[in-house]
Design a protein around this ligand. Structure first.
Ligand SMILES: C[S@@+](CC[C@H](N)C(=O)[O-])C[C@H]1O[C@@H](n2cnc3c(N)ncnc32)[C@H](O)[C@@H]1O
Length: 267
């Protein structure tokens, strides 16, 4: 038990340090994988520069004007801003991030995008979301849940803040085949979202345990070593190490990006 707790703490510290230290996000090479030119045209350059996600949850979330959206692990605010465009001033977007630096970036970018009137950024942890029960219509997230050392707790928190009938639309990485221990134990690989990724089977079970319904884990897209190299979190040393440790057939698919949708059952 104590060992587990220490390990969780170690992960938490490694993730915090890694994101506090990076000088920039993935920028255009990362956004080009997931966003259209039209979407990118709606964003200030800083929001693009700080992009660190692995997909485009807003595209699939069917957001409606007036809805309240929580963006878990909002980073530089890219998806919060796109969500704010969809829900409009009668709606509300709350970006949540572990780091105050990220929240400050999110606020600046939301202001530059002209959506700051209904978009806010709060510092906090996904394992203890600082929002009341049943206060949110939709939870989106992009490349974040896999960073949690307490994923069941995170999913339970997401469930708690959703109103009955509310939904999740989350993009994340999954890993269905074991990774070498050297990669699993690497702080950089945790921060880069690979080591903490669950298999689809375990992810499904955790979502079911929290009592989400209509669960779908869809749109699998391979995440290659070349994709990983686009992110400032990995570093060339870790990429080289993974290239040596992983069999060549896994270089094009170290992990899989998936779209996770589910409902909190209506009352
Ligand atoms: C891979 S980045 C994704 C950022 C953003 N979603 C995007 O698409 O650009 C992960 C983000 O999650 C934040 N984060 C990490 N652990 C967190 C936690 N326990 N609670 C809330 N945010 C966390 C990091 O600070 C970082 O901004």
């Amino acid at each position: 038990m104590t060992e587990d707790l220490m390990y969780q703490n170690e992960i938490r510290q490694a993730v915090r340090l890694a994101y506090a230290e990076i000088p920039t996000g993935g920028g255009e090479p990362v956004t080009r994988r997931s966003y259209t030119d039209e979407e990118l045209g709606l964003l200030p350059p800083g929001a693009v520069n700080w992009a660190l996600g692995v997909g485009n949850p807003v595209r699939h979330a069917a957001l409606q004007p007036g809805e309240t959206v929580l963006d878990v692990g909002s980073g530089g605010g890219i998806d919060s801003i796109l969500a704010a465009r969809r829900v409009g001033p009668s709606g509300r977007v709350i970006g949540l991030d572990l780091l105050e630096e990220m929240c400050t970036r999110g606020r600046t970018h939301a202001q530059q995008a002209g959506v700051d009137g209904w978009t806010e950024f709060r510092r906090g942890e996904m394992e203890a979301i600082p929002l009341p029960d049943t206060s949110v219509d939709v939870v989106i997230s992009n490349g974040v849940i896999n960073l949690s050392a307490r994923k069941s707790r995170t999913l339970a928190e997401v469930f708690r803040v959703l109103r009955p009938g509310g939904r999740i639309c989350i993009v994340d990485l999954t890993v269905d085949e074991d990774l070498p221990p050297a990669v699993l134990g690497s702080a950089a690989a945790w921060a880069g979202c690979i080591s903490g990724a669950l298999s689809r089977r375990v992810l499904l079970r955790k979502l079911e345990n929290v009592t989400f319904t209509d669960i779908r884990i869809d749109n699998p897209v391979p995440f290659s070593l070349a994709d990983a190299a686009l992110y400032p979190l990995f570093g060339s040393q870790l990429i080289d190490q993974m290239r040596q440790l992983l069999p060549p057939e896994r270089h094009d698919s170290v992990a899989t990006t998936v779209l996770i949708t589910a409902l909190r059952p209506p009352l």
